[in-house]
Ligand binder design. Structure first.
Ligand SMILES: [Zn+2]
Length: 206
């Protein structure tokens, strides 16, 4: 498996490509998929749920997402929370890890997680927060996924067993992210790759 990209929007053989209903064409390439309802696109949520409930049965689906909460979205937070909770319930029902988009809504996420007590992993993707915020999320059992941009101090201190890597919309390759992260954490690329392979197998390929 080697490098694994847990969140991208470009179909790839070694990653999870995230789709929304508005993405009209599903690629037929190999690789893995996640389907979600993004807090920026909450038009027609009823139809989106119908689509999502079907989409998650795709044989190469490995996760639900990205779903989440975003203070900067034009949609009211109450609606975002309602949609996110339904997505979270579906991920639980389907035993699929949940990939989460979070912009300044960590407190709400923690509250919802406390309430739903999910057994599937909840992964905050594109984590760029400070160490204190990371620690708060880790305390509540979240996994953190890092991409092109991050706070070095935070990245260095996340326990390896809660760490994942992604490209999202970056132009970098996942290999570049792995190298950058290995350098920042002061470990060899091999050591990092082995540790993350264990995480990926545990979370997505049980
Ligand atoms: Zn994304």
């Amino acid at each position: 498996m080697k490098y694994f990209d847990i969140h991208t929007h470009t179909p790839s053989n070694n990653g999870i490509c995230s789709f929304f209903r508005k993405d009209s064409v599903l690629p037929t390439a190999q690789g893995y998929y996640a389907f979600g309802i993004h807090p920026w696109f909450l038009e027609d949520v009823e139809e989106q749920f119908l689509w999502l409930a079907k989409a998650v049965h795709h044989p190469r689906v490995l996760a639900l997402g990205e779903c989440g909460l975003d203070k900067l979205s034009k949609f009211p937070l109450e609606l975002q929370i309602e949609v996110f909770r339904k997505c979270a319930e579906l991920s639980e029902k389907m035993s699929l890890p949940l990939i989460i988009h979070n912009v300044r809504c960590t407190d709400h996420l923690i509250e919802i997680k406390r309430d739903l007590k999910p057994s599937v992993p909840w992964i905050i993707h594109g984590f760029r927060g400070k160490l204190a915020l990371a620690n708060e999320c880790l305390r509540h059992g979240f996994y953190l996924s890092f991409g092109e941009k991050f706070q070095e101090d935070t990245l260095r201190n996340v326990p390896i067993e809660r760490l994942l890597l992604e490209t999202d919309e970056s132009l970098l390759e996942i290999d570049d992210i792995y190298r950058h992260v290995a350098e920042t954490r002061g470990v060899s690329l091999d050591e990092l790759t082995e540790a993350l392979e264990i995480n990926v197998r545990k979370l997505f390929f049980k």
